[in-house]
Design a binder for this molecule. Structure first.
Ligand SMILES: [Zn+2]
Length: 465
């Protein structure tokens, strides 16, 4: 949203949104005497509560990690929102109509955000009911074929969008939603057609369990849209670079275990949770990016200092290797806490659960290796390490992976890792890397790596089956 929110409205939101109620949606609070409440801090890992809320002052403070503020900053921090987004969310909750101070830039209609969220909720409910309809048999068969029982469909609130063309639109109009809200939510196209038709749906929620949008899989051979997966288009509430499927189920566990497992598809996330990997999420219709990384870091309780680990379960194929490299080329601080879990036979977590049971999914995650080792392994892989010149060539090819690291405190560890993989003395590797840095044949844009990794046709990984 552009424009500025009226100051009086912000004050009114702060006054009406009761901090004990808002915090209570995320943290189990107990009476601590003196008008204060206590609970386990959602921003750092602890066994005994040092997180305190004082409703009379509208403030929270953690004596363990020092995180503190008012109700707006709590929502900002817990859900990784901007100030304006946090104010909007709270305003929706407590029924304050925000007035936007016009500063010449286009803004959004006040209240539209709330209408979209309500329409999404109603749509999710409608779609879910359709799974049990006679037409919904195709969705039930799809779930069945992937090892998901009836109960799983309930837990994950799986939906089915009927083929009729206007079925959802007519249902929501009858419930009183305006045509404008339906188009703005991405549920209905400008011309009035349902956006999703004849597809199995996953509701994508934020960590506060509001439905932001949907992921949808093709199940009919004659579907007019060829894409196996489509998602809600960008709306006021659905930004694909910010949403993660499964966050509603995993948010608390990610904070407690300081671990997040990033999978490639909706069914993988389902299989993970049903197998006991309760920190699993997936990006939706886009590659995992820096906004996703920041969101997970926030949930793991990174307060400037690094803590926790992010585990990627890439497919072992070319597309998976390319996706791993893309993460590696991102923020080097993030890379240092990033791991990869690759199934040797190329099974995704969903298939792994079907063929080898839930233990196999848990083992897959337990067998994770650091991302930089995985990427180095892939680069070095094509060289003959039994020969001295092969080892030197491998080090030269991998050198840009080391020199591209901006954080100098990490370089030594990477050098040691490389020397182990290649089987060369670490000082020798250091000299070779330095030599490559002085004569950067291909510069540190990792070109050698890209040459080793085969190009794939579709660079944007869509959620697989
Ligand atoms: Zn804390």
């Amino acid at each position: 949203m552009a424009g500025r929110i009226n100051d009086e409205d912000i004050a009114l939101v702060r006054e009406r949104a009761r901090i004990d109620e808002i915090v209570g949606e995320y943290v189990q609070l107990r009476n601590a005497g003196g008008g204060s409440l206590k609970g386990l801090c959602p921003f750092h890992d602890e066994r005994t509560p040092s997180f305190q809320v004082t409703p009379s002052r509208g403030l929270f403070y953690c004596f363990g990690c020092g995180e503190g503020g008012d109700v707006i900053s709590f929502v900002e921090k817990i859900d990784n929102l901007t100030f304006v987004e946090a104010v909007q969310r709270l305003a929706d909750k407590v029924g304050v109509q925000l007035r936007i101070v016009d500063d010449g830039r286009p803004g959004i209609e006040p209240g539209l955000r709330l209408q979209i969220l309500e329409a999404n909720d109603a749509a999710a409910e409608f779609y879910h009911q359709q799974v049990s309809s006679s037409e919904g048999i195709i969705a039930r068969q799809f779930l069945d074929g992937r090892g998901f029982e009836r109960e799983a469909a309930e837990t994950f609130h799986i939906g089915y969008a009927p083929r009729g063309g206007h079925v959802l639109r007519d249902h929501l109009l009858a419930k009183g939603f305006s045509p404008k809200a339906l188009v703005s939510s991405g549920l209905v196209r400008e011309k009035g057609w349902d956006f999703f038709q004849g597809r199995v749906l996953w509701p994508i929620k934020d960590s506060g369990k509001s439905v932001l949008g949907f992921g949808a899989r093709r199940v009919y051979d004659d579907d007019r849209l060829p894409a196996k997966y489509i998602n809600t288009p960008e709306t006021v509430v659905y930004k694909k670079s910010h949403v993660l499927y499964g966050l509603d189920l995993s948010r608390t566990n990610i904070g407690r275990k300081r671990q997040a497992v990033v999978m490639e598809g909706y069914t993988d996330v389902m299989a993970a949770h049903l197998s006991g990997v309760d920190t699993a999420v997936a990006s939706c219709g886009t590659a995992f990016g820096s906004d996703h990384a920041r969101l997970l870091q926030r949930l793991m309780g990174n307060n400037g200092a690094l803590s926790g680990e992010v585990v990627f379960t890439f497919d072992g194929d070319a597309a998976g290797r390319k996706a791993a490299l893309k993460v590696y080329q991102g923020d080097s601080e993030f890379v240092s806490q990033t791991y990869v879990a690759v199934e040797p036979n190329g099974l995704d977590p969903c298939d792994l659960r079907i063929q080898h049971g839930p233990e196999a999914v848990r083992e897959l995650v337990a067998r994770r290796i650091p991302l930089y080792r995985y990427v180095m392994d892939n680069v070095v892989h094509d060289f003959d390490l039994d020969r001295a010149d092969g080892r030197v060539a491998a080090v030269r090819a991998a050198a840009p992976l080391v020199t591209s690291i901006r954080d100098s405190s990490l370089v030594d560890g990477y050098l040691r890792e490389l020397s182990q993989i290649v089987g060369m003395d670490v000082d020798e590797v250091r000299r070779e890397v330095a030599r490559t840095r002085r004569n950067p044949a291909p510069p540190a844009d990792l070109r050698p790596t890209l040459r080793v990794l085969p190009e794939v046709a579709d660079p944007a990984p869509q959620a697989p089956a």
